[in-house]
Design a protein around this ligand. Structure first.
Ligand SMILES: [Zn+2]
Length: 546
């Protein structure tokens, strides 16, 4: 970088320029205007250089890091996100406990989902159904009879897994290609006895999905919330599956939590989606492309709908809406793709089915399935219970049995994995920086007094802590060097660290540090809560602070 003086109409103007070699030629470029005097120019140039150096230092410092699922599981245990359930007894396969930081992250993910999909819309309301319900529900839904798999064991490597009955004949071991031995049919539902006296008790099931409680309560909810088609009913809750082989940390588990929506429409209005489709570009893999073994291509969702690759506007709408939720919480769309079910995979009652997939550390796997379920469930419950599930449509004056056009649902655990994987970054060799979006970060800010022995500083810090805690989960930390305190908070994804120092006493201000850029700014204590609120919500960015 060098300063040049230009004379224009007898006056001096100073500029900062830089020469770079591009395509074998040296080219000079103006970087900044430096003013009209030499002294001013030198000062401004110095400032500019410092700024760019600092920026470059930061930019090379924190970078995304790919890790294996085992490394992620270890990290989660070490930092208090997730432990094997009852670890002191060696855990239990497929069951996990959430620690202090993980419980916060999980709650925040659920709260953001609810806010986006329930509170953020007029057409969706939420319920909270029972985990154990009348067993007739699972008879009507077909789970008791059809929700079966064949358990198999590999004769060579002893790996256990399940296969679909129709595919048993040609199936070989996933891991080694060995021959399989069938262990017979099993129903992957957990059973229990309801009622303490054995002869009076009833066999019941722990629900294998949350959807059925939405269907059984359909009429009551529609009536209570005065819903008009099209509308949705949402639920977040636990479900249980007696998986033969839980694996990949919290990806395939026996106790899971679902965030679910059943979205109902008039079956005669399948083509009419009144909502604007957010036009997101995403890697797309159609059934056709899979048949030809071709790679996914990036495509705008609206283009895919226009070209009839995605058949129903409602599916395009829900795919983009789900992607948009992940995007709004900082996920990189490069790691997502949508894949159409092939003829063999598709359920017989479905017009078209799409999976929203994510590039997990163990490969591309399903996050969410978008399919129309038809009137299958409501019809089944109508028949079994003898109670009508039809609703009155004011617009047409007809009674309608609505169909489910999509169930944009997925496991909280999988969303948890996505956000952890997206956030995981490293600084140098050993330091982890978890770049979680502030909206889902377990701790929103950490407050430090610079010197622990200075009572006045501690008092100011504690007052701030008390004030901010009224609204968010906040951490107070006075032990160790400030650098150590920053590092501890970077690892658990705390987006902002607030330091109270000597100047805070006189000037009534503090330093606020941004996790991702490590930049620091001074801010008045009286403005802190309001500023933090705007930073967390994304209304302003750290760069907007003066
Ligand atoms: Zn094997």
């Amino acid at each position: 970088m060098f300063i040049v003086k230009k004379e224009i109409k007898g006056k001096d103007y100073y500029y900062l320029r830089e020469s770079k070699r591009e395509d074998g030629k040296v080219k000079a470029k103006t970087l900044a205007y430096l003013g009209k005097t030499k002294k001013e120019a030198e000062e401004k140039a110095k400032e500019f250089k410092l700024k760019t150096e600092k920026k470059e230092m930061v930019e090379t410092k924190i970078e995304s890091k790919e890790i294996t699922i085992d490394e992620l599981a270890n990290f989660c245990k070490r930092k208090g996100f997730i432990y094997p359930s009852a670890d002191i007894y060696g855990g239990l396969a497929g069951f996990w406990d959430y620690g202090p930081i993980g419980a916060e992250l999980k709650n925040n993910i659920k709260a953001q989902w609810w806010k986006h999909h329930v509170h953020g819309r007029e057409d969706i309301v939420g319920i909270d159904g029972a985990i154990i319900t009348n067993p007739k529900v699972w008879e009507a839904s077909g789970h008791v009879e059809n929700f079966t798999d064949i358990a198999v064991v590999c004769k060579k490597c002893k790996n256990k897994f399940k296969v679909d009955e129709s595919k048993l004949k040609d199936a070989v071991c996933d891991k080694c290609g060995g021959e399989l031995e069938s262990k017979g049919k099993f129903v992957p539902m957990f059973t229990t006895q309801v009622g303490p006296i054995e002869e009076d008790s009833t066999l019941a099931y722990l629900r294998p999905e949350t959807a059925q409680l939405i269907f059984t309560n359909f009429k009551l909810v529609q009536d209570n919330a005065r819903l008009k088609l099209p509308f949705g009913i949402a639920q977040i809750g636990k479900a249980f599956r007696n998986e033969i082989a839980p694996r990949n940390f919290i990806f395939r588990v026996r106790e899971l939590e679902q965030m679910e929506i059943e979205y109902f429409i008039d079956p005669d209005k399948k083509e009419e989606c009144p909502y604007e489709i957010e036009d997101i570009e995403i890697k797309l893999l159609s059934a056709d492309m899979q048949e030809k073994n071709s790679e996914p291509v990036p495509m705008k969702i609206k283009t895919a709908l226009k070209n009839k690759i995605i058949q129903l506007p409602w599916h395009a709408y829900w795919l983009s809406s789900s992607l948009n939720w992940f995007k709004s919480l900082g996920a990189n769309m490069e790691n997502f793709r949508i894949r159409q079910h092939t003829k063999d995979e598709k359920s017989h009652y479905s017009t078209d089915t799409w999976d929203l997939e994510y590039k997990f550390p163990f490969g591309w796997k399903e996050l969410q399935g978008i399919a129309d379920r038809g009137t299958y469930d409501l019809s089944a419950h109508q028949e079994k219970s003898g109670k009508s599930m039809e609703i009155m449509d004011d617009a047409s004056g007809k009674k309608i049995l609505p169909m489910v056009v999509a169930e944009p649902s997925f496991g909280v655990e999988r969303a948890f994995l996505v956000f952890m994987n997206e956030a995981y970054a490293s600084k140098g060799e050993d330091n982890v920086v978890l770049r979680l979006n502030p909206k889902i970060a377990p701790i929103k800010a950490a407050i430090f007094p610079l010197v622990k022995k200075d009572k006045a500083l501690v008092q100011i810090a504690k007052d701030i802590y008390k004030n901010l805690r009224e609204e968010w989960n906040i951490l107070y930390d006075e032990s160790g060097s400030v650098g150590r305190r920053y590092a501890r908070n970077d690892e658990i994804g705390t987006p902002f660290c607030i330091t109270v120092d000597e100047d805070s006493k006189k000037k009534k201000d503090v330093t606020i540090r941004d996790r991702d850029t490590e930049e620091q700014k001074r801010i008045k204590i009286e403005n802190l809560k309001d500023t933090l609120r705007k930073l967390i919500s994304g209304e302003i960015s750290f760069n907007d602070l003066k």
